[in-house]
Design a binder for this molecule. Structure first.
Ligand code: CA2
Length: 144
């Protein structure tokens, strides 16, 4: 199984700012954990981050017909991007939406997600552990 993990704007700053909301682990550490879980289960992960909406759209499009699952933390684009929504709708594999914080418990502008209606599962508010948990879940689903 091939899994793409796509991270949106500002998530490259993880571990450097706002540890009270996003924790103190960096994206590099999270990537390493995801790779470890997938490799142990015999699967492959591509882990990416971009601050650019069009780049995320391109990565989703490139996944069509090639990638078994997308795990996406679209960052602030979650709440604004019809373009990412449309690309995800065109994608034919499994989609898991992931957020480190719980956007529903935060400002009202974070309450709508353009990703959720395209997703098979949504994981929010579990901190950065959410990445490892989702990875383990996807790997265990493929073993059944
Ligand atoms: O909780 C999440 O994972 C979010 O997707 C994070 C986004 C936010 O806009 C969403 O509403 C919820 C923000 C990512 C910014 O990450 C930073 C990390 C460290 C320092 C500053 C920003």
């Amino acid at each position: 199984m091939l899994i793409h993990v796509i991270n949106g704007p500002n998530l490259n700053l993880l571990g450097q700012r706002e540890p009270d909301i996003y924790g103190s682990e960096t994206l590099v550490t999270i990537e390493r954990q995801c790779q470890e879980i997938a490799t142990q289960a015999g699967h492959e992960v591509t882990f990416r981050q971009s601050n650019h909406e069009g780049q995320i759209v391109d990565w989703v499009q490139e996944s069509i017909g090639r990638v078994d699952a997308i795990v996406i933390n679209a960052g602030a684009y979650t709440h604004t991007s019809v373009a990412i929504h449309d690309a995800l709708r065109a994608y034919d594999g499994r989609i898991v939406e992931l957020h480190i914080s719980n956007p529903h418990a935060r400002e009202s502008f974070r309450h709508n997600s353009y990703v959720s209606s395209t997703a098979h599962a949504v994981v929010v508010g579990l901190g950065v552990s959410g990445y490892a948990l989702v990875m383990a879940q996807l790997c265990s689903e493929s073993a059944n």
